[in-house]
Design a binder for this molecule. Structure first.
Ligand code: G1P
Length: 297
């Protein structure tokens, strides 16, 4: 029996400068996709996959995130007094068990690998998940749950993977494929942000990981990689030579890069259309917009 994956790390220390001026005073992860902050999507996905402990790696200026996951007694009392049960239900969906969330700070922006390493004392000797909240994945079965199921079969280290246009591969961690088994891919190499001509494939790492404790140990060395940063990709790649147990997992679902403005807008359209209460009005509006654009052309 494999150890169950019950802990997840959410690296949320980034400054979110691509979204200035919005991120001048609010954390990027609190930015709203339809009506819920980005981070809520990642939390819900983790919960669906059986995660019980949530570790946030934060930085200065992220206190709105902590407040978001706290109880909101004033709003709650007001809604109760007015008998607004539907809104209370929405509020309660965001409740977390006391003690289920821990916050550690990354004092210096030394890279994703370093952010994950900052959580090392909270993990112990067990497998753990990492979710990058910028990557929002719409899927019938949540992506991390799909990966946990794959992990229960093969164990080891599993990274979410997706084919990207070759010209875009240099924005990602990229997998060098040893054996392609369909959803699962056994990996013989991993390169963080390779030059376009040097990318071993166009199968890119997306921000969901299930990792063995050895990866955390590998991060102890604090070796720097692409961009002069401590890269999670490099610490996972070390496991290929050491234990040959690294897999890519082609998840079923649509991924949105909410770390970019275009991706955020696309996600807003997709998640807006997926809401029954918004669908008709929104679809009609989008249809009209498309016609207006076509007419203008
Ligand atoms: C990070 C990882 C990269 C991965 C990407 C997915 O990069 O380092 O390997 O492909 O997330 O979103 P970042 O986007 O933080 O530069």
């Amino acid at each position: 029996m494999k150890r169950k994956v019950t802990k997840a790390i959410f690296p949320v220390a980034g400054l979110g400068t691509r979204f200035l001026p919005a991120t001048k005073s609010i954390p990027k992860e609190i930015m709203t996709l339809v009506d819920r902050p980005l981070i809520q999507y990642a939390i819900d996905e983790a919960r669906a996959a059986g995660i019980k402990e949530f570790i946030f790696v934060t930085s200065r200026g992220k206190s709105a995130l902590e407040d978001y996951f706290d109880h909101a007694p004033v709003i709650e009392a007001e809604l109760k007094a007015k008998g607004k049960k539907d809104l209370l239900d929405i509020l309660y969906q965001t409740d977390m068990d006391s003690g289920a969330i821990a916050y550690v700070r990354q004092q210096k922006a030394l890279g994703l690998g370093h952010a994950v390493w900052c959580a090392r004392r909270l993990l112990g000797d067990e497998p753990f998940a990492v979710l990058l909240p910028d990557d929002v994945i719409a899927a019938e079965k949540p992506c991390l749950q799909q990966m946990v199921e794959a992990y229960e079969e093969v164990g080891g280290n599993i990274v979410a993977a997706m084919e990207v246009p070759p010209a875009k591969a240099s924005s990602y961690g990229v997998l060098d494929i040893r054996e392609d088994m369909g959803s699962l891919v056994s990996v013989k190499g991993m390169v963080e942000k390779p030059k376009a001509a040097e990318a071993p494939s166009n199968l890119a790492v997306i921000g969901r990981y299930i990792l063995t404790p050895q990866v955390m140990e590998n991060l102890d060395s604090k070796k720097t990689g692409a961009g002069g940063e401590i890269q999670l990709t490099d610490a996972i790649a070390e496991e290929i030579t050491r234990s040959n147990n690294v897999y890519g997992y082609r998840f079923r679902g649509q991924r949105f890069d909410c770390g970019s403005k275009a991706g955020f807008l696309q996600a807003t359209v997709a998640f807006g259309l997926a809401r029954p209460e918004l669908h008709d009005e929104f679809a009609e509006f989008l249809g009209e917009m498309t016609q207006v654009r076509k007419a203008a052309e």
